[in-house]
Ligand binder design. Structure first.
Ligand code: HEC
Ligand code: HEC
Length: 349
């Protein structure tokens, strides 16, 4: 009898320890979970959980014309870093010396490694883009340097309308703005009926002097990958900026900060965040009210909302949805370590 009891105790103890692979929740965990349940649109903290890697079907805001597949993701990852598409530089000396990743550097949270990223018109790169400098041969508009307002290409599956002003994408905040699309040959792409990422990327390939056609895909060895990714698109339309843009969009949708401490905490690992981080989350989702704007799993606003936070616009207009005080899209907040946090004022913190 005594022996049976000991065995029972042993089994019970093993069961107990196995069930506790994670530390038990503390009061602050319980308070945070309650708060998230209250703030979430669904009534459950689980609404803040991002899809796990590889679960393509769970990625939100996909374009019905461009569902994410493994072959597209693989092709998009190559094209994003491919300098060989840079066949239309201002000066021949720069041929094949730049790519999307000249300005969206993974080690810098997918922003440029310098204050203002340069694609065509710069030399060098360094470890993570910090060593890239302007080619003295280039002056003024010769240089492809975008405004000093980077946007990371990370967690972009939560973006329905791309860029600061939500310029690209035929749906979401752009419904009813067709008269504006006609005013700019680049924005006319919104008439194609695409999601923000797909539209933005096609336009980015043009703006950043990159070319995609059969000659280019043959010479770089990508033709078979385009065939695998887009078997349903007729061969005459398969090797284009549009298909390249689709593949890069599919790749972008898989770049998720789903291993961030907050995400691991949400999935049940209560040790993933420090006590200080948990208290920070309580403030963010609680009395500081940040969640009233930063409310999606990537902590941008869903649906997108634009606000004037009282900071001055930079030197450009046209990114202003209000025609008054500058308003900007609520930013995603994951993946900001390793780069400058920036809001739309000349001060970079
Ligand atoms: C010369 C630097 C530069 C290059 C090259 C570049 N980008 Fe960007 N990218 C930027 C800047 C700056 C922004 C923010 C612009 C804005 O909103 O005004 C941006 C924004 C974006 C966004 C919008 C993200 C969001 O949150 O809305 C996407 C998507 C993007 N780029 C994709 C690409 C792709 C694809 C390529 C290559 C075809 C590319 N970029 C090449 C500088 C660059
Ligand atoms: C009224 C809506 C609103 C509220 C409330 C709000 N934000 Fe924001 N947040 C924005 C907008 C819009 C931007 C982009 C603004 C810009 O760049 O000028 C932004 C940008 C940011 C950025 C810059 C991110 C980057 O990628 O560089 C951080 C960090 C940030 N917010 C944190 C917070 C915190 C922390 C709180 C709570 C104390 C908060 N926000 C409350 C709307 C809001």
């Amino acid at each position: 009898m005594k022996k049976t009891f000991t065995v029972f105790l042993f089994i019970a103890a093993t069961g107990y320890f196995l069930s506790c692979v994670h530390e038990p929740a503390t009061n602050v965990d319980i308070a945070l979970e309650d708060l998230l349940n209250q703030k979430s649109a669904t009534g459950s903290f689980e609404a803040y959980i991002m899809p796990v890697s590889g679960d393509y079907a769970a990625l939100p805001n996909q374009d019905v014309k461009n569902p994410v597949t493994a072959t597209k993701v693989e092709l998009g990852r190559m094209l994003f870093f491919e300098t060989g598409l840079g066949v239309e530089p201002t000066y021949p000396v720069s041929k094949a010396t730049y790519s999307c990743s000249s300005c969206h550097v993974p080690a810098r949270g997918f922003t440029a490694g310098r204050f203002q990223g340069i694609a065509d018109g710069a030399i060098g790169f360094g470890q993570s883009g910090e060593g890239r400098s302007k080619n003295p041969l280039y002056t003024g508009d010769d240089v492809d340097a975008q405004g000093a307002r980077p946007l990371p290409t990370i967690n972009t599956t939560y973006v329905t309308n791309a860029l600061w002003a939500g310029t690209f994408g035929s749906f979401g905040v752009n419904i009813g703005t067709e008269s504006v699309w006609q005013q700019d040959s680049l924005v006319e792409i919104n008439f194609k009926g695409l999601q923000g990422l797909e539209a933005n990327n096609e336009r980015a390939l043009i703006v950043h002097r990159q070319v995609v056609n059969k000659k280019v895909t043959d010479s770089l060895g990508y033709t078979a990958m385009f065939d695998a990714a887009f078997p349903d698109i007729p061969a005459s339309e398969r090797y284009t900026r549009q298909t390249a843009a689709f593949a890069i969009a599919a790749y972008f949708r898989t770049i998720l900060t789903n291993e961030a401490p907050f995400q691991r905490w949400l999935r049940g690992d209560k040790t993933a965040m420090t006590e200080q981080q948990k208290n920070g989350a309580l403030v963010f989702f609680g009395k500081a009210g940040c969640v009233s704007c930063h409310n999606s799993p990537s902590l941008n606003s869903s649906p997108h909302r634009f606000y004037a936070l009282g900071v001055k616009n930079l030197y450009q207009n046209g990114h202003d949805r209000s025609f008054g005080q500058a308003q900007f899209r609520t930013r995603r907040l994951h993946g900001i370590a390793g780069r400058h946090v920036q809001i739309q004022s000349p001060a970079v913190v």
